[in-house]
Design a protein around this ligand. Structure first.
Ligand code: ATP
Length: 499
């Protein structure tokens, strides 16, 4: 059991926090902690499905609704210190009657000297009614540290007499980072039952299990991808930088022991359709870790504190599946409106602040890839040095890059042949972005198929180019604005300078 979680929760109770909201899905772990801090305390449990139940045996004792339960319990706590443990009651917390009853018990706890009842609300969904904001303390169970994970894993292998080298233990412990003790033991059991041993290959199993957790939690989207770094045409500066970071991510344990700081992430700003999303996917593939997308819009909730609780959960979840790439697409839109409220109190401002603090303090192996088009709408705090390891600007592809992108997409569709004169195509595709070039290739191949041509030629491609309006045409104003804005910013170019 986590000592620090126990201490912290115990000190909340001692400091008379009347309602402690434990935001967790694993009720068994919570029961263990409550039982530990409440060794001499009367524990009364209410579960939304069964009513009053025995805290120790979990046997149902009396079926009743929450209001009746709280009403009957409002006199508890005079004779003996009492914990009221309410499970899965989040759906009831906006009922004015429930609010009034909780408030009464909380006030008794605070102001009546002979009354000692602490309420624990245990749920994986946080609902805090405005009227109870001052009485409720949200408590998150800290996850095991690497040393604690190592101790859990060691005790598991020793109990079962499984021979495992220290190196393997260290590596596996790092992969477990972010999971709670219960989940770690579950996976160890599974790995042992599966292969009769614990070895390096179990990292894949841990990854698959972590993916299950993400899907169940629903706060983050797991992105499937096939893209590799070789699928990016150009952006050589960015690719070189990523390859260096990949060496760290694919040898994390060694790198950390060597004293290397784990990279925090990068911000990619730039023209639409120039490979920003492609880079996010290729990064995960290069680092050999999962890619999860954070959609800030999905975190917004209708109750006070709900959005912040969702953000906390999503960030915690990203740590749970780390090492991973956490991708925030169109980050300028995700935190749109941030700072508009002069009190600095809008939900997005608070979420943004929460995210920045997490980023600043993070010592985990979550690699952030934030992508953005409209830099003028970016909260300036994001651009400050030290937030990300690097800020990259992706421009429209230069001549060499256009040649590479055409070649990549032709090869992908098995229609590349040496007779295709890509040099001739370069001059005709000035101002095209990667997406335009991909569209040219796709369309030409489709036409060739319809016309029963065995292969495609330079002329076929030129024909399609003539019919294709490039982004520089369709989004001219936007592109001019981005270029103008970027002139005044200290930002690294993702492409190598043309000679
Ligand atoms: P947006 O800002 O509109 O989201 P983006 O910069 O994220 O755009 P991507 O989604 O990465 O653009 O690219 C769009 C398509 O264009 C992809 O399918 C990708 O195959 C192709 N593409 C863009 N840039 C490149 C590139 N540098 N190399 C190869 N393909 C590219």
């Amino acid at each position: 059991m986590k000592k620090s979680a126990v201490d912290m929760l115990g000190s909340y109770v001692d400091a008379l926090h009347p309602i402690i909201y434990i935001n967790h899905f694993d009720f068994r772990v919570i029961d263990e902690i409550i039982a530990y801090i409440g060794r001499d305390v009367k524990c009364i449990e209410y579960n939304n499905a069964w009513g009053l139940i025995d805290f120790e045996t979990k046997a149902p004792q009396l079926s009743c609704d929450l209001a009746t339960f709280l009403y009957n319990m409002s006199e508890e706590g005079f004779d003996q210190e009492t914990y009221l443990i309410l499970k899965d009651v989040h759906g009831e917390l906006n009922d004015p009657k429930i609010i009034a009853l909780l408030k009464r018990i909380a006030e008794n706890n605070l102001y009546n000297e002979a009354f000692y009842t602490t309420i624990f609300i245990v749920s994986d969904t946080v609902v805090i009614p405005r009227e109870l904001e001052n009485y409720i303390t949200v408590f998150d169970i800290p996850l095991p540290t690497k040393d604690e994970i190592l101790a859990i894993t060691k005790s598991f292998v020793e109990d079962l007499h499984i021979p495992v080298e220290q190196d393997v233990l260290d590596e596996i412990a790092l992969s477990f980072k972010g999971l709670n003790e219960f989940q770690i033991k579950q996976i160890l059991n599974l790995a042992y039952q599966d292969g009769g041993c614990i070895d390096r290959d179990d990292k894949q199993l841990i990854l698959r299990e972590k993916e299950q957790f993400i899907k169940k939690a629903g706060m983050l989207e797991l992105v499937n991808f096939n893209e590799r770094i070789e699928d990016i045409g150009g952006l050589e500066e960015l690719k070189t930088w990523l390859r260096q970071k990949a060496k760290i991510f694919t040898n994390l344990d060694k790198a950390i022991k060597y004293g290397v700081d784990v990279p925090k992430g990068m911000l990619i700003i730039g023209m639409p359709g120039c490979g920003k999303s492609l880079t996010a996917k290729a990064t995960a593939s290069l680092f050999e870790i999962p890619l999860v997308r954070l959609d800030v819009g999905r975190l917004l909730g209708k109750y006070v504190g709900e959005s912040e609780a969702n953000m906390r959960k999503a960030l915690k979840l990203s740590e749970a599946i780390s090492p991973c790439v956490l991708w925030i697409d169109e980050v300028e839109k995700a935190f749109a409106g941030c700072g508009d409220d002069s009190s600095g109190n809008s939900v997005t401002t608070r979420l943004f602040g929460q995210f920045l603090t997490w980023m600043q303090e993070k010592e985990n192996t979550v690699f952030i890839v934030a992508t953005a088009n409209d830099i003028s709408k970016m909260p300036p705090e994001f651009l400050r040095k030290g937030r990300f390891d690097e800020l990259f600007f992706v421009e429209l592809p230069n001549e060499e890059e256009r040649r590479r992108i055409l070649e990549i997409h032709l090869k992908k569709r098995h229609k590349w042949n040496k007779k295709i004169d890509t040099i001739a195509l370069i001059g005709k595709t000035q101002g095209y972005n990667g997406a335009d070039l991909e569209a040219v290739v796709k369309e030409t191949i489709e036409k060739a198929f319809i016309e029963d041509k065995p292969y495609i030629t330079t002329e076929d491609l030129i024909e399609t180019i003539k019919d294709t309006k490039s982004i520089s045409h369709t989004l001219k104003d936007k592109i001019d604005a981005i270029n103008k804005y970027i002139e005044n910013i200290d930002i690294r170019r993702a492409s190598k300078k043309c000679m």
